[in-house]
Design a protein around this ligand. Structure first.
Ligand code: GLN
Length: 204
């Protein structure tokens, strides 16, 4: 029998429902996580898109910051999209000085990297390890990854088209062991391949 892992969605802010729906379609049982007790019961955790500075503050006031750091350090599978990627990064550029990092990913990200004039855009990406052709990706005030450590696997980059400008070849999806992150929002496109990849990680 295929195991149906329990995957939490950090439910402090952001697009929690969309992730929960995709996780269920991808074969997990999705549960909201707002308290340390709920965190301790999940096999993996999704950190949704939203606003990383707000989520950072809420993690502190809900007393989730340290428990979450501890679980990530202990190897819990985690998947961050957009703001979630920023939270998982070891370092965030253009963040707020008091913004907290969870540190599951040895990467440096830049917040709102694509610039104010391109608030959001869509692009088809080659995504390492996903079968079935390119992945349609929706970027909303997205970060990009500026630097990766030796342990980090780059899964996707912005294609090098003339229109891409400074965004060409920027890293937008990474994995380090059980920690996965995308600068874009796979929960918004109806293509559940990235969530399946994560549910497999959560299955261990
Ligand atoms: N710009 C946001 C931040 O810094 C992320 C945007 C998003 O998650 N869609 O957190």
């Amino acid at each position: 029998m295929v195991v149906r892992p329990v995957v939490g969605v950090l439910a402090l802010q952001g697009d929690v429902r969309e992730h929960a729906a995709m996780l269920e379609r991808a074969g997990a049982r999705a549960v909201p996580v707002r308290r340390p007790g709920e965190l301790s019961e999940v096999d993996g955790l999704v950190l949704p898109g939203g606003e990383s500075t707000t989520m950072s503050r809420l993690l502190e006031s809900f007393e989730l910051l340290e428990p979450l750091r501890e679980r990530i350090a202990a190897g819990m599978p985690a998947f961050g999209s957009c703001a979630g990627m920023i939270l998982l990064a070891k370092q965030a550029l253009d963040g707020r000085p008091d913004q907290q990092q969870l540190g599951g990913l040895d990467v440096v990200v830049r917040r709102n990297a694509f610039g104010r004039q391109v608030d959001s855009f869509e692009e088809d990406l080659d995504f390492t390890g996903l079968e079935g052709g390119p992945l349609h990706a929706v970027f909303i005030r997205a970060p990009w990854v500026e630097k990766v450590g030796d342990e980090v696997e780059v899964l996707a980059r912005v294609p090098e088209t003339p229109a891409a400008g400074a965004a060409a070849a920027r890293i937008v999806a990474v994995r380090q062991g059980p920690v996965l992150a995308t600068a874009f929002h796979p929960e918004l496109t109806g293509d559940e391949r990235v969530h399946r990849l994560f549910v497999d990680l959560a299955r261990g």
